[in-house]
Design a protein around this ligand. Structure first.
Ligand SMILES: C[S@@+](CC[C@H](N)C(=O)[O-])C[C@H]1O[C@@H](n2cnc3c(N)ncnc32)[C@H](O)[C@@H]1O
Length: 342
């Protein structure tokens, strides 16, 4: 009996202009081969699937005051967009250490940076929380660096991939962990949380005005996926305005994500460690995306200037240009602050 070789499954055709599912956008996932498609997606004000458009690059580079030969840390490597631009500025002899907690995206960013021609002597990728920056540096025998950069929050790769469970716009497992190997998924966290603790998380992490009623409706419940969770949030409030309803769902997702990843605990630890990791005259530049993050950064920087740890800080916040807002809506909530070590 002759055995037929099974046919490989046919790849789904790229469905015209707008494939809906993240996995079907294979042209966008393959920027090297389909540069034109990717350029069109960017021109339409969207982020191509599986990528991240770096935010306020010119402003960040300007605030970092980079020069050839400097050594520094990008504490939130993400797609590596900022890192590549930083590497250009510190070349040919500088060194960048790139940290990220995400074990799925970190190797891809490292491969991208290697492909751009930066070897081990110029760039090192380290899977670490930025809360552990002191340990990362001391274990490499470089306790103080010239600059430290942080672009807080999640990357577009994390937010847009339904299988990571961050987005209320697509249905996927309710996970939300930047490092899926650590801690509780959002679903497990919600199942264990009391209404009192959830209310505090909604207040503190997202300034949610309806925290009490939403917490009472959601705490301790089991949600099968992001869609079911989003539906339960909508059912827990009485809001007629669709825009306000979407904002509420967005805020609740944000609050749960911050809690699951212990983002404020990590940020507070990082801000305390920061001055000791910088050389005198060294600069820290931080991009934040919501008030909870910005408040912490502003206070840490102001306190540092008041106590003489820092000699100078930015005069107010720096924001993206209206052109950047149009080209990349994710830039509209970005606030940049910088500080210089005394
Ligand atoms: C906004 S993205 C950075 C994008 C990057 N600047 C770029 O140009 O591609 C934030 C990244 O920081 C990572 N991240 C978030 N919290 C972190 C933490 N506490 N320690 C290290 N990395 C973290 C996320 O996994 C994500 O990849």
């Amino acid at each position: 009996m002759s055995e037929k070789t099974p046919r490989p499954p046919r790849r789904k055709r790229y469905s015209g202009k707008n494939p809906q599912r993240f996995e079907d956008k294979y042209k966008e996932h393959n920027a090297d081969r389909y540069g034109e498609t990717v350029a069109k997606v960017i021109a339409s004000g969207k982020t191509p699937a599986g990528t991240h458009l770096p935010i306020m690059v010119a402003e960040c580079l300007d605030a970092l005051h980079l020069s050839p030969g400097m050594i520094g840390v990008d504490t939130t490597l993400g797609y590596g967009g900022h890192a590549l631009r930083i590497l250009e500025k510190i070349a040919p002899v500088g060194k960048l250490i790139g940290l990220d907690v995400d074990p799925l995206e970190l190797p891809k960013a490292e491969a991208r940076i290697r492909a751009a021609g930066y070897g081990e002597d110029r760039f090192e990728a380290v899977k670490s929380n930025y809360a552990g920056i002191t340990k990362v540096l001391t274990s490499r025998g470089i306790p103080e660096v010239d600059f430290i950069f942080a672009d807080l929050g999640c990357s577009s790769m994390q937010l847009d991939d339904p299988s990571r469970g961050f987005s209320f716009k697509t249905t996927g497992p309710l996970d939300m962990r930047m490092n899926p190997a650590r801690g509780l998924s959002a679903a497990d966290w919600l199942e264990k949380i009391s209404a009192e603790k959830l209310e505090v998380a909604l207040h503190v992490n997202a300034d949610e005005p309806r925290a009490e009623s939403i917490a009472k409706a959601l705490a301790g419940r089991s949600f099968g996926n992001t869609g079911a969770f989003a539906k339960a949030i909508r059912e827990s409030v009485r809001i007629n305005d669709q825009g306000e309803m979407d904002l509420t769902v967005r805020r609740v997702f944000q609050a749960v994500r911050i809690a699951v990843n212990e983002e404020f605990v990590a940020l507070d630890t990082f801000l305390r460690a920061l001055p000791n990791c910088l050389k005198s005259g060294g600069r820290a530049v931080i991009l934040t995306f919501h008030s909870g993050e910005d408040r912490r950064v502003k206070h840490a920087m102001r306190d540092g200037v008041r106590t003489g740890v820092y000699s100078e800080m930015c005069d107010g916040i720096i924001v993206a240009t209206p052109e950047e807002h149009r080209g990349n809506p994710r830039s509209s909530s970005a606030k940049l602050r910088w500080v210089m070590k005394a």
